[in-house]
Design a protein around this ligand. Sequence first.
Ligand code: 4AZ
Length: 215
Amino acid sequence: IVGGRVTDFADHPYFVDLGSCGGSLLLHDIVLTAAHCRVPDFAYVGPEQQQKTVISAVIHPDYASQHYDFMLLKIDNHAEVSHGSSRIPLNDQDDIPSDGEVLKVIGTGVTEEGNFGSDGLLRLTYVRYIPNSECTDSYGSSIGDDHLCAGVEGGGRDSCQGDSGGPIMAGNVQVGIVSWGIGCARPDFPGVYARISVAYNWIQRMMCCLSESPA
Ligand code: 4AZ
């Protein structure tokens, strides 16, 4: 996260650290992340960063390089909630976010474009939703219905390397997944996110049959 501040994991109990990517907890044993993230061996869940084994991964059928960047992980977690972790609700509305709405993005990625490695602290920043019709000014036809753009006038705030897979939220609802962009926090290049609403039905369908009831 560029231009943000350090925040407590306990304030974002749905956040999942996947090592080189972020993710979010949808059910006690299901994590949502980006398809372009390497499938990790372990997921670190909730405020206590509890280590859970990753059992399997499902990538969205329409995933292709920068499109439909959705992946679900099943983790070995038999507890309904583990040590203060919680689930995040997903946005299913095509008209959310609205133009200019302020969104919150979190992650453990680098704090400047070009930096290597990060300190592992969770950071957050606030960015504004940019409609796809405007985002094409930056990225042209690379922007599709499966994308959601967010940034701030003049740059300076953004997600960055290592934040991929993590959530961007409108209020307490996840609207996107950190996916790609040209550089980080550049004035003319907003962050590009996978838009949750286009994959909502697929996610629900997969969750049903991947998840097992808690012990
Ligand atoms: C990355 O390399 C990356 N500014 C993530 C987010 C953004 C750019 C790059 C968006 O994982």
